[in-house]
Design a protein around this ligand. Structure first.
Ligand SMILES: *Cc1c(COP(=O)(O)O)cnc(C)c1O
Length: 296
């Protein structure tokens, strides 16, 4: 299989007057540049699952997500690229949107299931697809392979950082980054910004993946009301960030994470001279689900 395991996304410094004033340097790990549709952390989370699928002679990937899921799109595209059939269970009533259309374009078969049925992912898999051909891929790519793939991010780094910031949905990405930092004995502090309300559950999610959380800081106050919820201050911030850097971000993940970082910098959370890396986890098609909020 012709994976480009060696693609290292660049680390790119961004400049804002605030950083200068506080004597900090801030860099983006541009995982959004890995691939337009197998985007960012979704590629990192999938790559070892794809190898496992190939090793175990699986020909079909069965997975799960919401109607704007970056993970569904990543699986659909990766399936087409690497020769797997793909099936996506979509949470909620049947709708159409650009992300689901792209999933179908890549050949993914979609099943819309009620929120209740969606909670029982294993039984959906068992009932419909558990042939030896099929590989269950959890929602968001969550699992031990994801941790391994995201730990690779740390081994790619070309410089050292005092802090790494990343958005958390299931917690698999931050788990992998933590693991990478621990494996290399770095003194880097890892910061997770949960994008859901009540994000403290991320700590358990990380521990379930067998990663120690003593070095993890979670910042629980930047969810803006919950998953995919936005507020005018976040919209204004994203507008300011994108128009000042030329780097596109979406509000659901990287927008909230950047907002958290700027807010903490304003509150003097960091020591002068600190170097901070923020992971741009990609997923830019998420913007299409909320462009109306920016349409003024
Ligand atoms: C899925 C996703 C995340 C969350 O990653 P987890 O590993 O589930 O915590 C962060 N950013 C983007 C852009 C995503 O699509």
């Amino acid at each position: 299989m012709s994976f480009d395991f060696d693609f290292h996304s660049p680390e790119e410094e961004i400049q804002f007057p605030l950083f200068k004033k506080k004597d900090l340097r801030v860099f983006l790990k541009r995982d959004d540049l890995i691939h337009p549709f197998i985007s960012g952390n979704k590629w990192r989370k999938l790559k070892y699952q794809l190898l496992k699928a190939q090793e175990h002679n699986k020909h079909r990937l069965i997975t799960f997500g919401g109607a704007w899921s970056n993970h569904l799109l990543a699986v659909a595209c990766a399936g087409a690229k690497f020769g797997f059939k793909t099936v996506g269970f979509v949470r909620g009533e049947e709708i159409s949107n650009p992300v689901l259309s792209m999933c179908k374009l890549y050949g993914m078969q979609l099943h819309f299931v009620s929120r209740e049925a969606y909670k029982h992912k294993e039984s959906l898999f068992e009932q419909h697809y558990a042939t030896p051909d099929d590989l269950f891929v959890d929602e968001g790519g969550y699992g031990l392979e994801a941790v391994k793939g995201c730990a690779d991010l740390v081994s790619e780094l070309t410089a050292s950082y005092d802090h790494i910031f990343v958005a958390c949905g299931t917690g698999a990405t931050v788990a992998g980054i933590l693991k990478g930092v621990q494996e290399r004995d770095l003194r880097t502090r890892v910061h997770g910004v949960p994008v859901l309300k009540g994000g403290d559950f991320i700590r358990e999610q990380v521990e379930q993946l067998e990663v120690d959380t003593a070095e993890l800081s979670l910042h629980l106050d930047y969810h803006f009301g919950g998953y995919a919820k936005i507020k005018e201050t976040l919209v204004e911030f994203v507008r300011y960030f994108v128009s000042s850097t030329g780097v596109m971000i979406e509000p659901t993940y990287t927008g909230k994470t950047c907002f958290a970082l700027f807010d903490m910098i304003r509150k003097d959370t960091f020591a002068p001279g600190d170097r901070i890396l923020l992971v741009h986890t990609g997923g830019l098609t998420g913007f299409l689900g909320m462009y109306h909020a920016f349409d003024q």
